[in-house]
Design a protein around this ligand. Structure first.
Ligand SMILES: [Zn+2]
Length: 160
């Protein structure tokens, strides 16, 4: 793969200058042979955050974002968990590429799909059931205390 300007930090596959992700494992590509300090090179800093086992396997779709900014937010969440991802325009939406409109499929390597599911699942709003459960438990506790108090009063009254 010598001669290609970009390379994959995960598996070493080379990439053409117009590619952003490794065609083999989906990791963001970095400049081949770059010796920039880590913090000065965002691409390399991102690559360092990727957990290599999560970059293994064919790409699978894990989420559908409403638009490009939402897709980028999901990708950032995934990257925080060490999972590389890429966003691809969902099929059937013929909007020009430069527009940020239109849904995006978010794909991750199969090795990172389970973690991606946890990461993206955790951001779903909590069901209101949790609050109802708390309310029911509080009421049950109050009723239990009333029963105990009633029994105690009855026992005291019987003794006297
Ligand atoms: Zn790779």
């Amino acid at each position: 793969m010598a001669g290609l300007p970009l390379e994959c930090p995960g598996c070493g596959t080379g990439g053409a200058a117009d590619e952003r992700f490794c065609p083999r494992c989906g990791s963001p590509l970095v400049i081949a042979g770059a010796s920039l300090p880590v913090d000065a090179d965002p691409a390399r800093a991102r690559a360092r955050r990727i957990h290599p086992p999560y970059a293994d396997g064919p790409l699978v779709k894990v989420a559908r974002a409403a638009n490009q900014p939402e897709a980028e937010l999901l990708q950032e969440l995934l990257l925080d968990a060490g999972v590389p991802s890429l966003a691809r325009r969902s099929g059937g939406f013929d909007v020009p590429d430069f527009l940020a409109m239109g849904p995006r499929d978010v794909l991750v390597p199969a090795g990172g799909a389970a973690v991606a599911g946890e990461v993206l699942g955790a951001r779903e709003p909590r069901p209101p059931v949790a609050r109802a459960t708390l309310w029911v438990r509080a009421l049950a506790l109050v009723l239990a205390l009333l029963v105990v108090a009633f029994v105690a009063v009855s026992v005291v009254a019987a003794i006297l």
